[in-house]
Design a protein around this ligand. Structure first.
Ligand code: HEC
Ligand code: HEC
Length: 263
């Protein structure tokens, strides 16, 4: 049965020409996975800014991050590179798996970097959104550029994932809107001047033109929460990590673009 359908389709393709054929193939692809990175919604100019290493301002953070990576610090004179290698290529694929449950606690990538600072380097942790933590995170995450987001549901993360999903669907703030009501039900529609994206965290940390700097996913989420006049989750809180986890799971299989650019 399947073979016959395929043959018919193939025959139709031969008769009608390649154009129709490839259009059909693209359509099949689109219905298979309708998820879309907000990269797709950007102007050609902003897309070029992300793609071109000479234009992407986030690359300054990557370069800063690489310097910090190699810097020997603390009484132990240990750098990230001392344990993980000079180039950072040992971090390939790591960002695609975060947030991750480590020793029973859900950690974001930023949280894990801080764990290494306190436990391995024996120095102070870095504040969320500080220049150094953003630089290190952008450097580590950029090692996974082009790789698929690899969050799977597991026995360890199941509770956190469910909690994150609950937050995503919970109405909040004076506007009484949930994340889902915008990013699922109204994705593709206009809100004021901007198009509502599907809200996939495929490019973080991002250089946001509005911020004139690099920011974390949590900064972006706090923006959306204040947009609906809701009480924002704290930086580095478990609630934030759970929401991040759900968003990354929802985007599983999509390509990581870090360092990304957004308007
Ligand atoms: C003394 C050695 C040491 C130093 C220094 C160190 N790390 Fe680590 N790091 C480890 C070990 C060991 C692990 C494995 C997990 C664990 O034990 O926590 C790890 C895990 C990680 C992970 C998670 C990898 C994964 O697959 O989940 C990241 C990200 C990371 N380190 C980043 C850094 C950064 C950034 C620095 C510098 C700020 C740093 N580390 C400094 C030893 C070190
Ligand atoms: C009122 C509608 C609305 C609500 C509610 C809302 N957002 Fe957003 N969100 C937006 C808009 C609009 C943008 C894009 C803004 C821009 O480009 O300036 C956005 C951007 C994002 C992005 C960035 C995507 C990217 O590619 O960088 C993520 C992630 C996101 N939202 C997640 C959430 C989460 C999680 C919640 C719930 C806590 C939420 N949003 C609530 C409208 C909303």
């Amino acid at each position: 049965m399947k073979i016959r359908v395929f043959r018919l389709w193939f025959l139709a393709c031969l008769l009608t020409g390649v154009v129709v054929c490839s259009a059909t193939a693209a359509k099949v692809e689109a219905t298979k996975d309708a998820r879309q990175s907000s990269y797709q919604l950007m102007t050609a100019e902003n897309q070029a800014m992300q793609n071109d290493p000479n234009l992407n301002p986030a690359l300054f953070w990557v370069i800063d991050g690489h310097s910090l990576w190699k810097q020997k610090v603390g009484k132990k004179e240990a750098s990230c590179a001392s344990c993980h290698g000079e180039s950072g290529s040992s971090m390939k694929g790591v960002a695609a798996q975060y947030p991750k449950v480590i020793k029973g606690k859900l950690q974001t990538l930023e949280g894990q970097i801080n764990r290494c600072r306190s436990d391995k380097q024996e120095i102070a942790t870095l504040a969320y959104e500080s220049k150094d933590l953003l630089a290190l995170t952008t450097f580590v995450a950029s090692q996974s550029k082009g790789m698929p987001i690899a969050i799977e549901e597991s026995l360890q993360n199941k509770q956190d994932l469910l909690q994150g999903k609950a937050y995503f669907n919970e109405r909040m703030g004076q506007l009484n809107l949930s994340c889902a009501q915008c990013h699922q039900d109204r994705a593709g529609l206009k809100l004021g001047g901007s198009l509502i994206p599907q809200g996939h965290p495929t490019a973080y940390p991002i250089y946001r033109i509005e911020w004139q700097g690099v920011g974390s996913l949590q900064r972006r989420l706090r923006n959306c929460m204040s947009g609906v006049r809701a009480k924002q989750f704290d930086y580095g809180s478990i609630e934030m990590a759970q929401l991040e986890l759900y968003l990354m799971w929802r985007a599983r299989g999509m390509t990581l673009e870090t360092p990304g650019v957004r308007p």
